[in-house]
Design a protein around this ligand. Structure first.
Ligand code: SAM
Length: 295
């Protein structure tokens, strides 16, 4: 590496002290300052030498450094303006391979973002985010226009287990169904609370998600959200009762699903059938209403 490059940067703790920065617990900030850990996460994110790696919430830039070391072109989105000067220093050392955007990733316009990227360029997402941001962001990016080839994300361990849970498991619910309808998901790394500065109250895990090429349509995902909300909202009840508002036994019959089963017994494919049947039912009702209006 040339002088002034990444290997000339001071240790992260020194950078934080130099810029007078500290973790704002109210914003869920828990930093990864051990480069051995961030390098491992960068390796788990796959081959970073092609395309663009979007990092959400770089904070002091520990994970960003590891991504850059692994050869990534990084687009980092950070909400907390306090980190911008430190990240600008990192961008200078990265010599054109780091672009920092000051924005809230939950609000960022992915259509504009995808237009700014070269067409066909592979995109992947890597993030260590506050726990309350990770899940909505995951659903937004899995179902949005960016179509990343992978997402490597840190979650509270209990949330990670809910994402990858199998049908019938205690942790199986809405999150598992929606995530697994859109992507293949696996836990690739466990991290104890002490790996973070300051340590959070709970353990964490890194989940790697590989979006499916033939993901369900946006309308099906919306219907899936509605069906799983009802089904798991009353998970002890049979589907004919829990799905009453959406057609109960009639909906189940149209989907080819046993209405006497409970939500936890229905696999992801079964829920997609139910969502599809709910959409067909809504289309038939809309058509019938249209005919009634004309007559
Ligand atoms: N990636 C750094 C690390 O591993 O040390 C920081 C992790 S800290 C848990 C989460 C970071 O995400 C913070 O820097 C926080 O300001 C940022 N953040 C939180 N919500 C965000 C949002 N909606 N959009 C962009 N960044 C966000």
């Amino acid at each position: 590496m040339t002088p002034g490059g990444l290997d000339a940067l001071p240790p992260l703790r020194e950078s934080l002290a130099e810029h007078g920065l500290w973790a704002n617990k109210g914003l869920g900030q828990h930093f990864l300052l051990d480069l051995n850990i961030t390098r491992k996460i960068a390796r788990l994110a796959g081959d970073l030498s092609r395309g663009v790696t979007i990092e959400v919430g770089p904070g002091p830039g520990g994970l960003t450094r590891a991504l850059l070391e692994a050869g990534a072109q990084v687009l980092a989105i950070e909400k907390d303006a306090r980190f911008l000067p430190l990240l600008a220093q990192l961008a200078e050392a990265a010599k054109g391979r780091l672009t920092v955007i000051h924005d809230d990733a939950l609000q960022s316009d992915e259509t504009a973002l995808s237009r700014a990227l070269a067409p066909g360029e592979p995109v992947r997402v890597v993030a260590n985010l506050p726990y309350n941001v990770g899940t909505p962001l995951l659903i937004k990016w899995l179902s949005g226009p960016l179509r990343p080839e992978s997402l490597t994300l840190m979650f509270q361990k209990e949330v990670a287990q809910r994402i990858v849970a199998d049908t019938g498991a205690e942790a199986y619910g809405r999150l598992a169904v929606i995530c697994q309808a859109l992507a293949q998901a696996e836990i690739v790394m466990d991290l104890p609370a002490r790996a973070f500065t300051p340590p959070p109250k709970v353990a964490s895990a890194v989940v790697r998600l590989t979006p499916k090429a033939d993901r369900p349509s946006e309308a099906t995902v919306k219907a899936l959200e509605a069906v799983t909300r009802e089904a798991f909202g009353q998970r002890r009840k049979m589907l004919k009762s829990s799905l009453k508002a959406l057609g109960g036994a009639t909906l189940c019959e149209a989907a080819g699903i046993d209405a006497e089963l409970r939500a936890e017994a229905i696999d992801v494919a079964g829920f997609i059938q139910l969502a599809q049947a709910a959409l067909d039912q809504a289309a038939r009702s809309a058509a019938a209403a249209g005919v009634a209006k004309m007559s």
